[in-house]
Design a protein around this ligand. Structure first.
Ligand SMILES: Nc1ncnc2c1ncn2[C@@H]1O[C@H](COP(=O)(O)OP(=O)(O)OP(=O)(O)O)[C@@H](O)[C@H]1O
Ligand SMILES: [Mg+2]
Length: 245
């Protein structure tokens, strides 16, 4: 098997500076088809910046991102999403004054043929329990349901790699269970994978196959959930803190 087939996403020596601040430093990581890969670390560790670089919303200062065997042009979000790398934003990724249906439809525009879009919207809404709310204005829904709309939009895009930035924030336990079930189901077909940034450690440890820990923009540790939970460096830098419990 070639390297391209073994890894869906390859991040090599990626750094990103903001003036004098090095938000991400020399990051290497690889996401394989079919896996749920967790990217965790304290506030300000560089997780969202990593997402911004991977998805082309920010150009890296240096380094290379390869997706599905092709180098992604830095700083071109359209190229990443066309290629099947779709991300959500930490603070929500939907249009407040549009209906849930029209929001989810937005997700289908890049990669779903026009004739298949209605079915795709229905499927994504159904997966996330939003079918009854398709005609509601997204901004009028309770916070948890708005977060589910963001996830439905990204799933309707049929990504090969779904990158979720803190999708579980503000969700109740039932909603968390729904999202984890949807994510597990999603990665089970066609070698699709998920890159998950999340502070809900219970969920991360339950669902991730492999985890990579960032601290001050730098690699701190990587491993499976058991290895990460028992790593003294990770406990000291992150897991011992209240926000990771
Ligand atoms: N556009 C920007 N301009 C300047 N500094 C930025 C910018 N984006 C991020 N930073 C800084 O880069 C560092 C990493 O931020 P980032 O948002 O990537 O962290 P994070 O790991 O996602 O944190 P959190 O868990 O709080 O979401 C922080 O010090 C942040 O203030
Ligand atoms: Mg963040």
């Amino acid at each position: 098997m070639s390297i391209e087939m073994q890894s869906l996403l390859q991040v090599e020596a990626v750094s990103r500076r903001f003036g004098g601040l090095v938000a991400v430093k020399d990051l290497d990581l690889e996401v394989r088809p079919g896996e749920i890969f967790g990217l965790i670390g304290p506030n300000g560790a560089g997780k969202s910046t990593t997402f911004n670089v991977i998805s082309g919303f920010l150009a890296p200062t240096s380094g290379k991102v390869t997706f599905a065997g092709k180098a992604l042009p830095g700083g071109k979000a359209g190229a990443a999403s066309q290629a099947g790398l779709v991300r959500t934003f930490q603070h929500g990724s939907y249009v407040r004054n549009m209906s849930v249906r029209d929001n989810i439809r937005l997700g289908t525009l890049a990669r779903i043929a026009p004739g298949n879009r209605i079915a795709k919207v229905r499927e994504a809404a159904d997966l996330l329990g939003l079918t009854e709310m398709l005609d509601e204005i997204a901004g009028n829904l309770p916070h948890g349901l708005q977060r589910l709309v963001s996830i439905a939009i990204s799933i309707a895009a049929a990504p090969k790699l779904l990158c979720l930035d803190e999708p579980l924030t503000g969700l109740n336990e039932t909603e968390v269970t729904t999202v984890l079930r949807v994510l597990n189901g999603y990665r089970e077909s066609d070698g699709r994978a998920i890159l998950l940034v999340e502070h809900n450690m219970k969920a991360v440890m339950k669902i991730c196959d492999r985890i990579h820990v960032l601290h001050h923009g730098e690699f701190l540790a990587s491993g499976n959930p058991a290895e990460i939970q028992n790593n003294p460096k990770v406990i000291e830098a992150y897991l011992g803190q209240a926000n990771a419990s």
